[in-house]
Design a protein around this ligand. Structure first.
Ligand SMILES: Cc1ncc(COP(=O)(O)O)c(C=O)c1O
Length: 383
């Protein structure tokens, strides 16, 4: 079976892990944790990186740092992996679901319309007109590595005094190429950015994540909260409820080795996207989903859109056909406003996401995918 997205462990991973084992620095402190944080911060231009146990914890940390309180509202896309939505719940807030654009990302028009029609902003506080609940954050997810249109959404957030959290868990290596944000990396634009180093991501530490911020105070507070909020680490005095969320040195060692190979991994994934686009052009009813031209996207996952009436198979049947041909594919995540825990939450005119969800499949996109693997996927799709 050709898998969807698997890691490539082909650099200094063994060497650096051995260093941890040889020196005894295996737990949640050590030179690789600091080095990984510094190197990611330098690479992304984010200012600070705070390494945590996974991206989900990083998102919860970002919400806490943004000052989201129980009862607040957080604006989220419906089309995303469920982790950022769950993080909103962990802090006691309520998600409100918005629609997506052509690149599967939170749609700037949806955000603008929602803020104009459903909210009012006074003295730098934005509240919903009907419930009076405070809109305390926006989470924009860079879906499949596609840069969300932050050039349009950041000013909206600023105008309404709402912190912007970037879920950049899928988009390490993606940077804006045009406009006001040209040269900026995803995750380093909003107030907080969050990366994931899960096994299926562009680089992995097994499990892991990182909070990015330009704010010195927020970074210090992130370190404090993620290490059990120790006010006196010798006498174990804690003035707040903290979390045990720090990444271990062994995981960070793998991360440092992976980061050394990131540019190659991104180039490989981008080249897979270009090759799929070229080879599938002209197949009736199939289209490789494009990526936004205002960015250099990491192409973490390539997606196809199926027009069942012309292709002859719908999404489910295409997935089954690929499986029988030894190719793993995945539909886009079940939309979050339809997931059991969130059915009672507000969804604001979510329609484009429903349409894209019905006809999108992700194709194998691992960096290490060979030319013949890719040909096999294309042949199966043409067969
Ligand atoms: C969009 C998105 N957000 C958050 C996460 C959570 O990251 P983690 O698995 O590291 O907790 C993931 C992936 O796993 C993701 O794809």
């Amino acid at each position: 079976m050709i898998p969807l997205s698997i890691p490539e462990i082909s650099g200094n991973e063994w060497k650096y892990v051995k260093e941890c084992l040889d020196t005894g620095w295996v737990s949640s402190a050590g030179p690789f944790v600091n080095r990984f944080e510094q190197e990611i911060a330098r690479y992304t231009g984010a200012g600070h990186g705070v390494a945590v146990v996974n991206g989900t914890a990083g998102l919860q940390l970002a919400l806490l740092l943004a000052g989201v309180k129980p009862g607040d509202v957080v604006l989220v896309p419906s089309l995303t992996f469920i982790a950022p939505i769950n993080a909103v719940r962990y802090v006691g807030a309520e998600p409100v679901f918005l629609d997506c654009d052509d690149y599967y990302n939170l749609a700037p028009e949806a955000l603008e319309r929602f803020l104009d029609d459903a909210c009012m902003t006074r003295v730098n506080e934005c509240v919903m007109k009907d419930s009076g609940r405070r809109v305390a954050a926006v989470i924009a997810v860079h879906v499949f590595g596609n840069a969300a249109d932050l050039e349009r959404m950041l000013p909206l957030c600023r105008q309404h005094g709402i912190p912007l959290i970037e879920d950049a868990t899928e988009s390490l290596g993606t940077r804006y190429a045009q406009g006001d944000l040209a040269g900026k990396h995803t995750g380093a634009v909003g107030d907080f950015g969050v990366l994931s180093f899960n096994g299926n991501k562009v680089i992995t530490t097994g499990g892991g994540g990182m909070l990015l911020t330009a704010d010195d105070g927020a970074a210090a507070r992130a370190r404090y909260l993620s290490t059990q909020a120790k006010d006196d680490p010798v006498r174990y005095v804690h003035d707040e409820v903290g979390y045990n969320w720090r990444l271990t040195n062994v995981q960070a060692a793998i991360g440092v080795a992976q980061l050394e190979q990131l540019d190659r991994f991104v180039a490989q994934r981008r080249s897979h996207h270009a090759r799929y686009t070229e080879l599938l052009a002209g197949v009736p009813g199939l289209e490789v989903a494009g990526v936004p031209s205002y960015a250099e996207n990491n192409c973490w996952l390539t997606a196809i859109r199926i027009d069942a009436s012309r292709y002859g198979r719908d999404r489910e049947r295409t997935m089954e056909h690929l499986r029988k041909s030894g190719v793993e594919s995945r539909p886009v995540w079940h939309l979050n406003h339809q997931q059991a825990p969130y059915r009672g939450c507000r969804a604001w005119n979510v329609s484009r996401a429903v349409e894209l969800w019905q006809r999108t499949l992700n194709l194998p996109s691992s960096a290490g995918l060979s030319g013949s693997d890719l040909d096999k996927v294309v042949e199966a799709l043409k067969g």
